[in-house]
Design a binder for this molecule. Structure first.
Ligand code: GLC
Ligand code: CA
Length: 584
């Protein structure tokens, strides 16, 4: 009997495109869909199998496309529906798949549904969003509860016409849809999901997919931030009581018709058990667990951008190991990722952006993540080791509403004190979302080759694009980009170990190196190959020993890859080096 082929979405490497900053084809300073089409061969050569396109839908762009005003159209600056047809076709022609972003926890306040809903309490869509009466205290009007919006301020906004508040877990221009109503769910399936699956897309990355079901008693959240009027309320809206019911309905009524598609859910703030419950019920193909990207943020406790701290290496190992364990022990699937459009750059956060070691560190992270089990997601610019912007930038250089709100929060609270402002900027240079949203550094030419020389890009270019760019790295054999190309091929070559294999962590508490073994899945199975891979990654400015687990010491081993060159690899790991040994 031939073993069953794994689903395409398990073995494929995905690459996320955030369209505004990817490639501008018509010199208006904003990336666009024709710009993407022009780079598909580059992505194919890199080894990309699946493209995840962040929202390109029509939108007022308050949250850069995550506020959708029409699911069935494209934001004019990005292109047209015809451009999307072309992109889908051109991906498929190259044997690549494409998934879109599905943003249906909320819409834009400019969506026709909301425009109708807000008019009065009796219109046909009156209940399509989450409306509540005010709380009256001493004759004064207050929001229905103390929930804090994820992007700051109250999670409720007053509407004169209705004399009511509506809920917005994100900015006020992103009202939350009322998933409690079947007619709303049906409209979402038809307009946001089926419309695009009918056009041939291969699935979705599902935005904030664990927020649809809220605690509809809307209780006040416990006070965890003294001195603040609004409190983090994740407990009351993350992974709520009807989540499974909604997601199962979505699978059965809508998604199942489309066969083997990829549905990857964004699941912040979720325990292992919760994640497992979504996966075991096949509500998602796999999810983004925030374990790693939340390191050093205290996010769920209400930590703000300037509260970040540097995690320790064991925390990083453990955060990745959690997904590896889940896959292994429960026969479900997972993702591997360090970056996306909401996260700062991985080299800066998880390794080092010290110029002396930055490239080595970028390659070491590449080796590390390409060796892990799960669907690998890369983010634009990660393949060249793009690092964070400088803390000397000013708030005027940034565009992200979350970052701007975070800055203003500090500025207002401390009366525009320059040292507090500086702290706020340092926080944003460490974890702010615009780190990921600067123009892709295509070349050393003006504007990093993102747009033409005479156009001002919509957001400032990284200061270092002359040194860190795709054109330069494409023609240099030891560049991070060339190393990614090599590793992505390698990942397919050693698929059974690297993509599908079991993971064994060695010495969790070691502070300077991350060592793990990849073994064939269920090694006990008869006929399974006995070869294993030993992966060693240095997180150190100094030489570090290669620490082989005792059980492997008697086996023959061969150095397969070193990020710094196999020929020159000696007994010790060089600073920030990564290696893979084949254990025979
Ligand atoms: C998700 C997106 C983020 C967006 C938010 C609201 O977390 O990744 O970019 O701001 O949802 O839609
Ligand atoms: Ca453009």
């Amino acid at each position: 009997m031939t073993p069953q082929q794994p689903n395409w979405w398990k073995t494929g490497t995905a690459f996320q495109i955030w369209p505004a900053s990817y490639k501008d084809s018509n010199s208006d300073g904003i990336g666009d869909i024709p710009g993407i089409v022009g780079t598909l061969d580059y992505l194919k050569d890199l080894g990309v199998d699946i493209i995840w396109l962040s929202p390109m839908y029509d939108s007022p762009q308050k949250d850069y496309g995550y506020d959708i005003s029409n699911y069935q159209d494209v934001w004019p600056s990005f292109g047209t529906l015809k451009d999307m047809d072309d992109l889908i076709e051109q991906c498929h022609k190259r044997g690549m798949r494409i998934i879109l972003d599905l943003v249906v926890n909320h819409t834009s306040d400019q969506h026709a549904w909301f425009q109708e809903s807000k008019q009065d309490k009796t219109n046909p869509k009156a209940e399509w969003y989450m409306w509540k009466d005010p709380k009256i205290i001493n004759g004064e009007r207050h929001p229905p509860n103390n929930w804090k919006s994820i992007f700051g301020g109250s999670a409720w906004e007053w509407v004169e016409e209705r004399q009511q508040y509506y809920l917005h877990l994100f900015v006020k221009e992103q009202p939350d849809l009322n998933w409690e109503l079947e007619v709303v769910r049906q409209a979402i399936y038809k307009e946001a999901i089926e419309f695009w699956l009918d056009k041939g897309v291969d699935g979705f990355r599902v935005d904030t997919c664990n927020l649809y079901s809220k605690d509809t008693n809307f209780p006040d959240a416990a006070i965890s931030l003294q001195e603040e009027p609004y409190q983090p309320a994740f407990k009351h809206f993350e992974n709520g009581p009807r989540m499974h019911e909604f997601l199962q309905e979505q699978r059965n009524v809508c998604l199942n018709k489309y066969g083997d598609i990829l549905i990857v859910g964004e699941c912040p703030g979720s325990s292992e058990e919760t994640i497992l419950s979504y996966l075991e019920a096949n509500e998602f193909s796999c999810v983004f667990d925030f374990n790693t990207v939340d390191l050093g943020t205290n996010r769920t406790l209400g930590g703000k951008k300037h509260h970040g701290y540097k995690h320790q290496l064991p925390d990083f190992k453990e955060s990745l190991a959690r997904t590896q364990r889940l896959i292994q022990q429960h026969n479900v699937w997972g993702t591997v990722f360090l970056e996306n459009h909401d996260q700062a750059r991985s080299v800066s956060r998880f390794a080092t952006d010290n110029p002396e070691y930055r490239e080595a560190a970028a390659k070491m992270l590449a080796l590390c993540i390409t060796s892990l089990t799960g669907t690998l997601f890369l983010y634009q610019g990660q393949e060249i080791g793009t690092y964070n912007h400088s803390a000397d930038w000013s708030i005027e250089d940034l565009r992200d509403i979350d970052s701007i709100n975070a800055f203003n929060d500090v500025k207002d609270k401390y009366n525009d004190d320059p040292i507090w402002n500086k702290k706020a900027m340092r926080g944003l240079a460490t974890v702010g979302r615009d780190n990921a949203r600067l123009p892709v550094q295509w070349s050393a030419e003006a504007n990093a080759g993102f747009t033409d020389a005479n156009t001002k890009p919509w957001i400032r270019c990284h200061d270092d694009y002359k040194n860190v760019n795709i054109a330069e790295q494409l023609q240099r054999a030891d560049s991070p980009l060339k190393f990614y190309q090599r590793m992505l091929k390698f990942r397919h070559e050693y698929r059974d170990l690297m993509i599908l294999g079991d993971f064994e962590l060695h010495d969790l508490y070691e502070q300077k190196a991350f060592t793990f073994v990849k073994k064939p899945k269920g090694t006990a199975e008869e006929g399974a190959s006995k070869q294993e891979l030993l992966v060693v990654c240095s997180f150190s400015d100094e030489e570090e020993p290669v620490d082989m687990p005792s059980r492997l010491k008697s086996r023959e081993s061969e150095l397969l890859v070193s990020t710094l060159g196999e020929e020159s690899a000696g007994k010790y790991l060089r600073p920030w080096e990564g290696r893979i040994y084949l254990i025979k």
